[in-house]
Design a protein around this ligand. Structure first.
Ligand SMILES: [Zn+2]
Ligand SMILES: [Zn+2]
Length: 222
C-alpha cells in the first residue's frame, strides 16, 4: 500500500454548525486520518480514492452529529448509497457494519452517506462536492495521474471543498429500520423465518416479502 498516510492534522470544522464543537468531537478530529486509511486499506489490500472519500465522510459525520466516531456502541446508523471500496471507508471511520446492524446499503450507485443519530433522529446526508474531482489536483501537485491526484488530494482538501452535507429526515422512521430485537415470524407460504418486522400482511396472512411478490430472484425448477 502507498499514499500519503502521514497527515494527522485535525480536519477543518464543518460550516453552518454555529461553530459549536463538543470536546468529544474535537478530540476525535485529532485522531489520525492515517490510522483510518491504514485500517481501510488493510481490508482491501489497496488504498483508493473511494476509500478516502468514505473515511472523510465518516469523519465529518462525527462533527455533524457531534458524536465520537468510530463508535463503540450502536448509536449511529450509516446508510451508504453504494457498496464497494467507498463503503469500507465509511465502515472503518464510523465503525458501522452490516454485521452489527449499523450499516445499510441503499444502492443508488452513489458515493454518498447518510449518518443518523438513532437517539434523537438527527440525520445528515453527505455527498462529494461537485467540484471535488477537479479541485483535487490542486492539492496534489506531485501526482502523476488523475487517480493519484484524487487519492492524495482527497486526503488533503478542506472538508468544504471535498464534501457537501444536508440535514435530512428519513422517509422510513429509524425505529422501523432498526426494528425490535428478537422479533420473528414464520411465513405462511414458504415456512421460512422472517426477522426484524420485514414480513408483510396479505389478506390476513403473514408472508415474507418473496412470497408476497417482491422477490429479487426466480426459483429455477427442475
Ligand atoms: Zn478500491
Ligand atoms: Zn415466504
Amino acid at each position: 500500500m502507498r499514499a500519503d498516510v502521514t497527515d494527522s492534522r485535525p480536519l477543518d470544522s464543518p460550516t453552518g454548525q454555529d461553530g459549536a464543537q463538543t470536546a468529544t468531537a474535537s478530540a476525535y478530529m485529532t485522531q489520525s486520518l492515517a490510522a483510518l486509511l491504514e485500517a481501510s486499506a488493510a481490508l482491501h489490500r489497496h488504498l483508493c480514492p473511494r476509500q478516502v472519500l468514505g473515511i472523510r465522510m465518516g469523519m465529518w459525520a462525527a462533527e455533524l452529529l457531534a458524536l465520537p466516531l468510530p463508535q463503540t456502541d450502536k448509536r449511529v446508523l450509516a446508510i451508504v448509497e453504494s457498496d464497494g471500496c467507498f463503503s469500507t471507508g465509511v465502515s472503518v471511520a464510523m465503525n458501522c457494519w452490516v454485521g452489527r446492524r449499523t450499516l445499510r446499503v441503499e444502492d443508488f450507485g452513489k458515493a454518498a452517506l447518510t449518518a443518523i443519530d438513532t437517539v434523537n433522529g438527527c440525520a445528515w446526508r453527505i455527498a462529494p462536492h461537485p467540484h471535488a474531482r477537479s479541485q483535487a489536483a490542486l492539492y496534489a501537485p506531485e501526482a502523476t495521474s488523475r487517480w493519484e491526484s484524487m487519492l492524495l488530494g482527497y486526503q488533503r482538501m478542506p472538508t468544504s471543498e471535498l464534501l457537501t452535507a444536508q440535514p435530512v429526515r428519513l422517509n422510513t422512521p429509524v425505529a422501523d429500520l432498526i426494528s425490535i430485537p428478537g422479533h420473528r415470524v414464520t411465513c405462511a407460504v414458504c415456512g421460512e423465518e422472517v426477522l426484524n418486522e420485514r414480513e408483510m400482511l396479505c389478506d390476513g396472512r403473514v408472508l415474507c416479502r418473496a412470497c408476497a411478490g417482491a422477490a429479487y430472484y426466480t426459483v429455477i425448477s427442475g
